[in-house]
Design a binder for this molecule. Structure first.
Ligand SMILES: Nc1ncnc2c1ncn2[C@@H]1O[C@H](COP(=O)(O)OP(=O)(O)OP(=O)(O)O)[C@@H](O)[C@H]1O
Length: 399
């Protein structure tokens, strides 16, 4: 069931377009992340949904009610900011209780609800402390408790973890998603951290320059990026300019690449090929035959041990930038790899992504799908009607 309908929302700050016709829907109980680089409009969109900022045009519906022009006090949401925003002169219990005072609740009912929330957020031992006596993670748990105290229909989280150190952030990620699932509360979180979005969200709205680049599950976004921007922003994608000539991909220095993509589109000098680092194969016992497809000589420029894998930086003919290859710990030749070594790598045809002026072609369960750029006036509608529907950013087309 659709809980929030964001319909063609635009926002101008004088002559600057911060948001351009943003449209999508959120199902009841979903956890959505707005993900994108600094300045792409994530916070502005969240603030418009909260009513803290007015949209220049467009419509918002929450639970089938038009809230487009509803004052903040009449909207049904709880919000948590990056900066905790707790009252320094109130204790933990008093901070949580604060919002409940606006309800017609007896003091004992309020205390009962505060006790429930203290337990829910494991804050019982800290109930009498003031915010300055708490760690960052504890303060953010108080802010969360306060945000959900009124049992709002919508929980809005504006970069709630970015002020915390890495370990606390990881722990709180799990606590927030666990809480969200238990309460079934529809949640939107703003983040510029793709790892955070991937690990927490049911669906991610990837934004760039005030527009939606792609909406999809973390897996869809990672495996089938709708544009070069998404491919490079979410995870690591090695890319190189290439030409399409007679259905073949030609890299710099006349290096040819074979792809599984049945129809690579029309000839063009302005395509880009991409491959994720984990898909590059190393020849550990010189088993690649000299006639195998997409086998290249490569030189190891850097070796970085990352714990779960080793990241090699490679120099490969035809690629105009260093190419990353992630080698699993179980790879037999791991211990013998060394700086400067000449090796052979294979770029499997089935793992190549292709970004062309006509759209994006991604590997997909044995077949490849073509994503074409929707017309600007239908882009928003398209994003709304399909989870994984896409826009191709104009910068990519213009490459
Ligand atoms: N009140 C304002 N007046 C003028 N421009 C604004 C205002 N608020 C935001 N902007 C501009 O709108 C754009 C989007 O801002 P927004 O804060 O939504 O970005 P963001 O994606 O949340 O970035 P960040 O991750 O850095 O917080 C930015 O270019 C910003 O400078």
């Amino acid at each position: 069931m659709t809980y929030l309908n964001v319909d063609s929302i635009s926002k101008n700050f004088e002559d600057f377009n911060a948001l351009e016709r943003i449209s999508f829907t959120i199902e009841k109980g979903e956890f959505i992340c707005f993900l994108g680089p600094s300045g792409c409009g994530k916070t502005t969109l969240l603030r418009i949904i909260a009513g803290l900022e007015n949209q220049s045009s467009g419509r918002l519906e929450q639970n089938e009610i038009d809230i487009s022009h509803l004052p903040v006090k009449d909207r049904d949401f709880g919000i948590v900011f990056q900066s905790y925003a707790l009252f320094p002169n109130l204790t933990v219990s008093e901070n949580i209780e604060y919002g409940l005072r606006s309800l017609k609740m007896s003091k004992s009912e309020r205390q009962q609800r505060v006790a429930e929330l203290l337990e829910l957020m494991a804050l019982q031992d800290h109930h009498a402390k003031y915010p300055t006596q708490l760690s960052g993670g504890q303060q953010q748990r108080v802010a969360l408790a306060r945000a959900i105290a009124l049992k709002p229909g919508l929980l809005l989280l504006d970069e709630p973890l970015s002020a915390l150190d890495a370990q606390v952030r990881t722990r709180l990620r799990g606590e927030i998603t666990g809480l969200q699932r238990r309460l079934g509360i529809t949640t939107i979180m703003v983040t510029h951290d793709q790892e955070e979005a991937m690990s927490m969200a049911d669906r991610i709205v990837v934004m760039n320059h005030g527009q939606i680049e792609q909406i999809g599950t973390p897996n869809e976004i990672y495996s089938h990026p709708a544009s070069r921007f998404v491919a490079e922003f979410v995870g690591t994608m090695n890319t190189a300019p290439c030409q399409i000539k007679n259905k073949q991909l030609v890299l710099a220095n006349n290096q040819y690449l074979t792809t599984d993509i049945a129809d690579v589109g029309n000839d063009t000098e302005h395509a880009t090929v991409g491959i994720r680092p984990e898909h590059i194969e190393l020849d550990d016992s010189e088993t690649f035959s000299s006639t195998a497809e997409n086998v290249f000589a490569a030189q190891i420029e850097h070796i970085e041990f990352q714990g779960r894998f080793t990241r090699l930086t490679l120099n490969i003919d035809g690629w105009n930038t260093p190419v990353y290859a992630d080698i699993s710990l179980t790879y037999g030749g791991n211990s013998t790899l060394r700086f400067g070594q000449q090796i052979q790598v294979r770029l499997p045809a089935r793992n190549l992504h292709l970004f062309t002026p006509g759209g994006t072609l991604n590997p997909s369960l044995g077949k490849l799908e073509t994503k074409t750029k929707p017309m600007p006036e239908t882009a928003g509608i398209a994003a709304k009607t399909s989870n994984a529907t896409t826009r191709t950013h104009s910068a990519e087309v213009a490459q």
